[in-house]
Design a protein around this ligand. Structure first.
Ligand code: UT7
Length: 325
């Protein structure tokens, strides 16, 4: 059985938050943000939109490109850390908007590598006869859980969504190898403390701003570089390729210095790395599908190319996949 990524789509909100805008909100500067993160601007969802709205628009584009009707979708998988609600799943709301009446739907909370985790789950589901077409979406409205009084985090995040239509046929698989890994021991370094069963919403949690994302950036940084390198090397080994065989490295866009360190450790040429962090910021689970969708639209991805996707995020969890485009 061959698992195929037949089409990509994305949706980027129109509203832009620039570094100059942030200079007016917290004590920061364009030069600090650009130098330490590589980010110049990020997109922010309209107040009336939730994650499912972004996910829906990305899905519509992917379905159009795949020339599939919503009724032909068997499963909708949404990877997100910013669901519309704690429950029901954001995927169910996307299903209703699409009118994908036949599909199963559920969310995956796998932070920034969520799209890679969701692709791996889709690959597993496609090995079962019942499933043929799966919509894999990474969608985030991180601006809703970002504390715009905390300069350590508020300069980093943006909103957006990317979607892939994944199907199967009798040819070779587009997914050559994969690797997923977790390290829950350090889960407190990046988290949203309140609103779950550990710390339900209360007057105190709101007062203490515990419904916003908290991160110990410097610690996360070190783990991110090691995790991304480890996962990338594992998928190369598993598929029997070397880093020089790669046509494109498409890393999670969290920090240009993490991207650069990962690239260097792997020994990949700078012109083979796709970077859009300057325009997008960190869009967590949406970052890789947005990048792939943009690359496809720009004609950068050619059939047969080797594409390495790799990501790291809260948990900690990380993962990579080697794709034959
Ligand atoms: O996507 C999931 C995974 N997430 C990541 O991979 C993020 C990983 N971490 C990072 O990208 C970086 O650690 C950050 C961009 C978050 C921070 O960069 P850093 O170089 O690690 O800075 P730092 O936290 O060590 O802070 C250095 C200094 C501090 O000042 P002092 O204590 O040295 O006086 C901060 O208070 O920079 C200060 N600082 C800022 N200054 C201006 C922190 N944020 C800002 C800011 N503007 N926005």
């Amino acid at each position: 059985m061959g698992v195929k990524i037949v089409a990509m789509g994305s949706y980027i909100p129109e509203n832009i938050l620039t570094n100059a805008d942030l200079e007016k909100i917290v004590e920061t500067s364009d030069s600090w943000i650009v130098e330490r993160t590589g980010i110049r601007e990020r997109h922010i969802a309209s107040p009336e939109d939730a994650t499912s709205d972004l996910a829906y628009r990305a899905a519509v584009k992917a379905l159009q490109k795949a020339e599939l009707e919503p009724e032909q979708i068997d499963v909708i998988l949404v990877a997100t850390a910013c669901p519309d609600y704690l429950f029901p799943a954001t995927a169910c709301i996307v299903q209703a908007h699409l009118g994908a009446k036949r599909s199963a739907c559920f969310d995956i909370e796998a932070a920034c590598p969520g799209f890679i985790y969701a692709l791996e789950i889709a690959r597993g589901l496609l090995s079962i006869p019942n499933y043929r077409n799966i919509l894999v979406i990474g969608a985030e409205t991180l601006s809703r859980i970002t504390d715009y009084t905390d300069r350590n985090t508020c300069v980093l995040f943006g909103d957006g969504a990317g979607a892939a239509v994944v199907t199967k046929d009798n040819s070779d698989s587009d997914i050559l190898s994969s690797y997923l890994k977790g390290n829950g021991e350090v889960h407190k370094l990046l988290m949203l403390p309140a609103g779950g069963s550990r710390k339900p919403a209360s007057f105190e949690t709101v007062r203490d701003r515990d419904h916003y994302l908290k991160m110990q950036g410097r610690e996360v940084f070190k783990h991110a570089v090691n995790g991304m390198q480890d996962a990338a090397q594992k998928v190369l080994e598993r598929a029997g390729f070397r880093s020089e065989d790669i046509d494109w490295l498409v890393p999670h866009q969290a920090n240009i210095r993490i991207i650069e360190a990962t690239r260097e450790k792997l020994g990949i040429q700078p012109n083979k790395v796709y970077v859009n962090i300057d325009r997008m910021g960190n869009t967590s689970a949406a970052s890789i599908p947005i990048a792939l969708s943009e690359m496809e639209d720009k004609g950068l991805l050619k059939r047969g190319q080797l594409v390495l996707i790799v990501s790291f995020g809260a948990g900690f969890i990380y993962g990579a996949m080697l794709l034959r485009w």
